[in-house]
Write a protein of this length. Structure first.
Length: 198
């Protein structure tokens, strides 16, 4: 439950319907590193409004999720088989969340001119293994024109972004015109094609 406070000293409700607030700050799933702080800890909205911290996401047309989910499941099964017989396969995935968003007219929006289903993955802190898994998932979803979430980890570069964001060049031209000195750019924005290299 999210509660808007006027001040950090405002009381936080202890109950909601039949549920009670956790008092020890521990997630019932044992994934404290991946969720926002619990136990009614006040904080700035941008750290409390989401219910997870860092994750991975892909946005696809609503008509595609059946095929996408089948491909994602196959990738997971293959990684389990690679562990070999008799070996414990370490699970890198904590959970998967599905959401939808209606089409809009915002050039860099993941939902630009198409209704989308969003597949969000929250991973354990296994950076090497997760990086490899993300690359395989992106390859599996490539035929669907999947767009990565701008704020999540992904392997897309400028060329890949331009394939799935048809107005990226137009947006880049606006940014270059409004910020000719490159004060609001960095290596990441240049890598994904939002800005021209300095």
């Amino acid at each position: 439950m999210k509660t808007l406070l006027n001040d950090d000293t405002d009381p936080v409700p202890d109950t909601l319907l039949d549920g009670t607030r956790t008092t020890d700050g521990e997630s019932p799933l044992g994934v404290e590193d991946n969720v926002t702080e619990l136990a009614g800890m006040p904080g700035p909205w941008m750290l409390r409004l989401p219910h997870f911290r860092l994750g991975r996401g892909a946005l696809l047309r609503r008509r595609d999720p059946d095929g996408v989910l089948r491909r994602s499941r196959r990738r997971h099964r293959r990684s389990e088989r690679r562990a070999g017989p008799g070996r414990q396969h370490p699970s890198h995935l904590i959970w998967t969340e599905l959401r939808t968003a209606a089409a809009d007219e915002l050039w860099l929006s993941p939902a630009y001119r198409r209704d989308v289903v969003i597949i969000h993955f929250t991973w354990h802190n296994h950076p090497d293994e997760v990086t490899a898994l993300v690359a395989r998932i992106e390859a599996a979803l490539q035929p669907f024109g999947a767009r990565p979430h701008w704020g999540k980890v992904h392997g897309f570069d400028r060329a890949a972004m331009e394939q799935v964001h048809p107005r990226l060049g137009d947006a880049r031209a606006v940014f270059e015109r409004l910020d000719p000195d490159g004060r609001f750019t960095n290596a990441h924005l240049e890598r994904v094609g939002v800005r021209e290299p300095g």
